[in-house]
Structures are given as structure tokens and as C-alpha cells.
Design a protein around this ligand. Structure first.
Ligand code: PAF
Length: 284
């Protein structure tokens, strides 16, 4: 496995692989790799000849400096995990390489970024689309794999990849969960043991919503989810919303109750750690 730190080197590596007829699967990450990331790598391995993982904690997408500073950066462990997972190349540029003096271009997402997480995190998705387009430019993948935990991000990136004629196939990989249901996230390591136990209310709140949605309204589903979170004293509920899986607009009345059409998402805080989760409201 090779570790690459500049876009020129990355592009040269990818072009040499492609000139041999090999396809490239790409898993962009901010590091602190967990089993969820390794499942994305496994998925990419099934689809493509070579897998590239990028590791870059992107300052443009953080709203709060302390969250950026606190973001875990176990780079040696991450590189070792990639090597064991059969990754062909790790792309790990520095912030100075990604955003040198004079950098000023942004990729501005459309309406999908104004909904759900958007209003509470101004500039976040613009930071994501900007960095992902730079990473796409350097890596030149055939397929990009993204986790469904960040469902809005996945939809925005799929839209961007299509709108900008990248020709890159965007794949959404199902959420990987711990045995108690908590969605795997690099932020989970920042929870104290007591908070980690309490955090199970996040997936359980969505389970409650799924049950309520069978015979109730979207508002009933949100109420059911919210009461589960409210019952946990260490949890601070931020939002729960029922939304259209395609255009992300809020769903206030159920039409067809079939899988794949309507999802529910939530954000819950434990002190300064913000966890998000989502799921299909009518999956089998
Ligand atoms: O999902 C993430 O880890 C990040 O938002 C991404 C896609 C790597 C861009 O920095």
C-alpha cells in the first residue's frame, strides 16, 4: 500500500492504474477509522480493482473550532487499518496542500443543503462539496462510496456528482451499527462510558418512530422518538424529522407506506458530542 500526500502524485498514481485498465473505488474519510469505514472499503473492493481511502479532517466543514480541534486523528492506526483491509493507496494531504494561500473557490450545493442539518450548520455542506470535489479531482475514481449515516451528505454528493458531470457512480452504503444498535461514528470515542450506554436511546428513538408510523402520522412518529430521548437525562434532543428519501423535504402526511420512500432522522447531544442517525421508516 502506498501513502500519497499531494494531488499531483495522487492523479499520477490513478492515471497509471487506469492506463492498465483498472477501476478505482474511492472511500473519502476524515480518519479515526472504525468498522463502518472498513465495510465501505470492503464494498469498494467488491466493485472495483483498486481502492483508495482519503484521510483528511476538512476544516471547511466544521462550524465550531473546538469540534475541529477535538476530532480524533489516529493517523498511524488508520494507515495500518487500511493496509490490513487491502487498500491500494491512502491519500492523506495536509490542510496546507488542500487549501494553500490564495485558495478561494467553493462548490456551492443547492436546495438539498438548505434542509434538515443545513440551517443549523451554515457552510457545512459547502465545505463538504468543496473538499469532495477536490478529492474526486485528485483521485479520479470510477465509484465513490459514502455511508448512509450522513444521509443528507450522501444525497448532496450524489446530486453534485451528477450535476458536475463527473461520471462517478455514487454508492450509499447501509449504516453499520454496534450490537446495541448505535450507529458507528468517529465521534463515539468521545463519549464517556456512561454516555456511550445512554446513547442507545438514539437508535431506540428511531425504532419507536418506526412502530408509531405503522398506524400513525409523521407527527406521531416524531413524538414517539422524542419521548424516548426525553426519558434519558444525559441526552439533549436537537431534532427529529420525517423526510422524503429523495428530495429531503419534510413529510407531514404519509402517502404510500412502502420501503425506500420516507426516512426519519435525528440529532441528539451528549454534552458536546453530537450524534446523528436515520433510517427507513417503512423498511421490512
Ligand atoms: O463523511 C465524512 O467523513 C466527510 O464529510 C467527508 C465526506 C470525508 C468529507 O470531508
Amino acid at each position: 500500500m502506498i501513502t500519497i500526500t499531494t494531488p499531483d502524485e495522487m492523479r499520477a498514481w490513478s492515471m497509471s492504474r487506469k492506463s492498465r485498465g483498472r477501476t478505482i473505488g474511492f472511500v473519502p474519510t476524515m480518519g479515526a477509522l472504525h468498522d463502518g469505514h472498513l465495510r465501505l472499503v470492503a464494498d469498494a473492493t467488491q466493485r472495483c480493482d483498486d481502492v483508495v481511502v482519503s484521510i483528511f479532517v476538512n476544516p471547511l466543514q466544521f462550524n465550531v473550532d473546538t469540534d475541529f480541534d477535538a476530532y480524533p486523528r489516529p493517523i498511524d492506526d488508520d494507515v495500518a487499518a487500511c493496509a490490513s483491509a487491502g487498500v491500494a493507496a491512502v491519500y492523506a494531504p495536509t490542510a496546507a496542500v488542500m487549501y494553500p494561500r490564495g485558495f478561494q473557490t467553493r462548490v456551492v450545493p443547492g436546495a438539498l443543503a438548505d434542509l434538515m442539518e443545513g440551517p443549523g450548520r451554515p457552510g457545512h455542506f459547502e465545505g463538504v462539496t468543496t473538499v469532495v470535489s477536490k478529492l474526486f479531482g485528485a483521485v479520479g475514481p470510477d465509484v465513490g462510496i459514502f455511508g448512509q449515516k450522513d444521509y443528507q451528505q450522501l444525497r448532496i454528493i450524489a446530486r453534485m456528482a451528477a450535476d458536475l458531470d463527473t461520471g462517478i457512480e455514487i454508492v450509499g452504503h447501509p449504516i453499520v451499527r454496534d450490537s446495541d444498535g448505535l450507529a458507528q461514528s468517529s465521534r463515539n470515542v468521545r463519549l464517556t462510558p456512561a454516555q456511550r450506554d445512554a446513547a442507545v436511546v438514539v437508535p431506540r428513538s428511531l425504532d419507536a418512530a418506526v412502530a408509531a408510523a405503522r398506524s400513525g402520522t409523521p407527527a406521531d412518529a416524531v413524538d414517539a422518538a422524542r419521548s424516548v430521548v426525553f426519558a434519558e437525562p444525559s441526552a439533549r434532543w436537537e431534532y427529529t424529522t420525517v423526510f422524503d428519501a429523495d428530495d429531503l423535504t419534510e413529510v407531514t402526511r404519509f402517502g404510500v407506506r412502502s420501503p425506500g420512500r420516507v426516512r426519519i432522522a435525528t440529532a441528539v447531544w451528549f454534552d458536546d458530542v453530537r450524534l446523528i442517525d436515520n433510517r427507513d421508516l417503512f423498511e421490512d
